[in-house]
Design a protein around this ligand. Structure first.
Ligand code: SF4
Length: 122
């Protein structure tokens, strides 16, 4: 055993301002899977129906994901999204298994039954 912790694939809803509202208002916990859109991860295309227009204005660059230090074209958020996307293309079955495990772990964290949803976004 290496002792290294595996980084979670999902971002917890409580860590995101919009999904935190869902938790508070509707008691729905949301898990967000942030991937790199289209072919930005350099290993395949997760947006096979994307257009030049949507790629140019993609939400992947909204919010903190679009904040870069002067002279840089990427940041830690974009790089983590690329890592996840590469992990998906490297072994899809293992990736889906990890998602499944994280969804069940989220359900176990509930002190009382409430809906949990998972969604994908760039
Ligand atoms: S996530 Fe949506 S907007 Fe962004 S490139 Fe993919 S299809 Fe286009």
């Amino acid at each position: 055993m290496s002792g290294r912790r595996t980084k979670a694939l999902f971002t917890r809803g409580a860590a995101n301002a919009k999904t935190r509202k869902g938790l508070k208002v509707a008691d729905v916990d949301t898990l967000i899977l942030h991937l790199s859109p289209a072919d930005q991860a350099g290993v395949g295309n997760v947006c096979t129906s994307s257009t030049a227009g949507c790629r140019a204005t993609c939400l992947t660059f909204a919010g903190r994901g679009g904040i870069f230090k002067a002279g840089e074209t990427t940041n830690a958020i974009q790089e983590r999204r690329k890592e996840r996307t590469r992990e998906y293309f490297a072994d899809r079955a293992r990736f889906v298994g990890r998602l499944w495990d994280e969804i069940h772990a989220a359900k176990r964290r509930r002190t009382r039954p409430r809906p949990t949803r998972a969604r994908w976004r760039p």
